[in-house]
Design a protein around this ligand. Structure first.
Ligand SMILES: NC(=O)c1ccc[n+]([C@@H]2O[C@H](COP(=O)([O-])OP(=O)(O)OC[C@H]3O[C@@H](n4cnc5c(N)ncnc54)[C@H](O)[C@@H]3O)[C@@H](O)[C@H]2O)c1
Length: 313
């Protein structure tokens, strides 16, 4: 029996979820939902599925096993809550929640829920990230010393209505990737944030500085100001470095003697992510990329935002 799935939020990324679910074996896309009926109808027509404007009604009427939640960030928690309470397993797009209060409430819901919970930490399914992690674990750059991550680009116009800053939009990706590389959350984290163009509600520039267990030092540089999109990480060890490009799915190993570029088989990260989710729902097995990881990552992010580096004066 295939896993019966639905998509909540039929904007740009919800449409990507719908498209990709159709390529996941063991999954059947059954219905989609959006508070804007026109958005739901358009996506439903593209894939010949039913559409709804209520999450609870969609889950109940269609007997859904699982849903992806890909709505406007400030409504992610609300939609995840409705889906969990209706008994479905839930994959919630980043940033999952927008405050510590929502995170605390979500924890209670997830612990009581009959369905599974997974955060949409998509870069963990980027083949370049898994390659870098294997090289690191295989000792290719010696002992890990530091990670420098950069994720910058222009503010997408539609995001002007998003009630979050660039930290929850972009820095979160680097937070969970760094956590994954080190295998633990930072022991200390601070940030500098600014709203330079004052177009959105939140900060449009954020720099995080962190220290992880083992004295690994990291930075995350992120903004909505840079004309061209850059998404990259430099992972340094005492015997070499890994240079990772997320969009190209490329990792270069650089040492004093040589530069190597291992062959990586490209894969759409969303395909890997949704296959992993569906597989865990089918088996009724809590995913390792689950609530506890989301909690650690988001707790670090909120802590970093609270502990501000003082560059004033
Ligand atoms: N993992 C990634 O790489 C990645 C990429 C893009 C977007 N995202 C995340 O996906 C989410 C959606 O982003 P997007 O670019 O598709 O935004 P979007 O603005 O294109 O679409 C959001 C959709 O959600 C709908 N919506 C809003 N509130 C709702 C609610 N309560 N219930 C149902 N539908 C509701 C809107 O009507 C709209 O159709 C965001 O949280 C974003 O951070 C993740």
């Amino acid at each position: 029996m295939p896993v019966r799935v639905g998509v909540v939020g039929c904007g740009w990324f919800g449409s990507a979820h719908a498209r990709v679910y159709r390529t996941v074996s063991d999954a059947q896309l059954v219905a989609v939902m959006d508070v804007v009926e026109e958005n739901a109808r358009r996506l439903a027509e593209a894939y010949h599925v039913n559409y709804y404007t209520s999450i609870e009604e969609m889950i109940r009427k269609e007997s859904l096993d699982a849903v992806s939640v890909a709505v406007t960030p400030q409504y992610l928690f609300q939609a995840a809550r409705d889906a969990l309470e209706a008994g479905a397993s839930v994959l919630v797009e980043k940033p999952v929640v927008v405050s510590k209060e929502e995170l605390r409430e979500l924890e209670g819901l997830v612990r009581r829920a009959s369905g599974l919970f997974m955060p949409g930490f998509i870069e963990l399914f980027n083949p370049a990230v898994s390659t870098a992690k294997s090289l690191l674990e295989g000792g290719r750059i010696g002992t890990l010393l530091s990670i420098w991550s950069r994720r910058v680009g222009r503010l997408p116009k539609k995001s002007i209505g998003w009630r979050i800053g660039v930290s929850l939009d972009l820095a979160i990706h680097e937070m969970y990737v760094q956590h994954h590389m080190v295998g633990a959350p930072p022991s200390r984290i601070s940030s500098y944030t600014a709203n330079l163009l004052e177009r959105g509600e939140g900060e449009d520039l954020a720099i995080f500085l962190a220290r992880f267990p083992g004295n690994v030092v990291s930075t995350i540089e992120t903004n909505w100001l840079t004309p061209s999109g850059i998404r990259e990480a430099l992972i340094m060890g005492d015997e070499g470095s890994l240079v990772l490009s997320y969009p190209d799915q490329v990792v270069r190993i650089e040492s004093a003697e040589r530069v190597e570029q291992p062959r990586i088989r490209r894969r759409e990260p969303l395909q890997g992510e949704l296959s992993y989710f569906v597989d865990h729902v089918r088996k009724g097995k809590d995913p390792e990329i689950g609530f506890d990881l989301a909690k650690e990552v988001l707790t670090s992010l909120f802590e970093g935002l609270e502990r501000r580096l003082d560059l004033e004066g």
